[in-house]
Design a protein around this ligand. Structure first.
Ligand SMILES: C[S@@+](CC[C@H](N)C(=O)[O-])C[C@H]1O[C@@H](n2cnc3c(N)ncnc32)[C@H](O)[C@@H]1O
Length: 239
């Protein structure tokens, strides 16, 4: 099993859920950026990885997608289930292990917002995304921007993959991994994905209205990074 820090969220799901749908960092920054890279949703089979409290699952289903969401945490699974009811399938599963519930080539799209950085080594997860996507299926994921965590945590070696711990207001301590852009690109390529777009998002004007200081900060600092990659036709051997 891949090492991961998903247990950081134990006992914090309610607090995170209360915060995430109000936080301009999600609502007016990360979410619009992820949505801007998704292909057409109506009738698409979408895997929502690390569904958290279910905002993405609910939104995607409301656009006519056929959604399967999963999360490591039973608390988050329960929150998403109560939010989406029968409009999506919601499962408890661990991204650090094979996704046995999903068939080869089952999905048109894998969306994975703010989850990959909880894995120390994310190649096996990319392999699973590759397996469960149809040919030319699309992967869109967001994660912490590597330059920002390097700068924020004042780390010496940008090229290291290292464990960091942060204290989030109203949520508590959360641990995650930082890795350089090179390793993001190399790991995607080595699992057979072709990177189509790398987005360093800008906040929307609504962010400025609700949090002018935060807006100013993320207008000038790359906080998150969003990547759209497509399943190539032949999977190279893992390097
Ligand atoms: C920052 S939250 C993001 C939630 C949701 N994607 C969103 O954008 O609102 C990270 C989520 O990843 C989940 N997670 C962390 N490690 C995981 C793992 N190994 N397998 C599945 N889910 C995991 C957490 O339980 C949590 O719900």
């Amino acid at each position: 099993m891949t090492k991961h820090t998903g247990s950081s969220y134990e006992g914090k799901a309610e607090k995170y859920a209360k915060k995430v749908d109000r936080s301009p960092w999600n609502v007016h920054y990360e979410r619009p950026a992820v949505l801007s890279l998704l292909p057409s949703l109506k009738g698409s089979k979408i895997l929502d990885v690390g569904c958290g409290s279910g905002w993405y699952a609910e939104y995607l289903a409301s656009c006519g997608a056929i959604v399967t969401g999963f999360d490591l945490s039973a608390e988050f699974v329960a929150l998403t289930k109560s939010r989406v009811g029968p409009r999506a399938t919601v499962l408890q599963a661990n991204l650090a292990e094979p996704l046995d519930f999903a068939a080869d080539g089952e999905f048109d799209v894998v969306v994975c917002p703010l989850v990959m950085h909880y894995l120390e080594d994310w190649k096996a997860a990319f392999c699973e995304f590759y397996r469960v996507l149809k040919p030319e299926g699309v992967l869109v994921f967001s994660t912490h921007h590597p330059f920002n965590d390097w700068k924020l945590f004042n780390k010496e070696d940008y090229f290291a993959i290292e464990l960091l711990e942060d204290e989030w207001k109203d949520v508590g301590k959360v641990a995650f991994y930082r890795r350089p852009l090179t390793s993001m690109s190399k790991d995607l390529a080595s699992t057979g994905f072709l990177v189509e777009q790398i987005l360093e998002p800008q906040p929307t004007k609504d962010f400025q209205r609700v949090d002018p200081n935060g807006y100013d900060l993320v207008s000038k600092t790359p906080w998150f990074i969003v990547i759209r990659a497509v399943k190539g036709m032949c999977q190279p051997p893992l390097r």
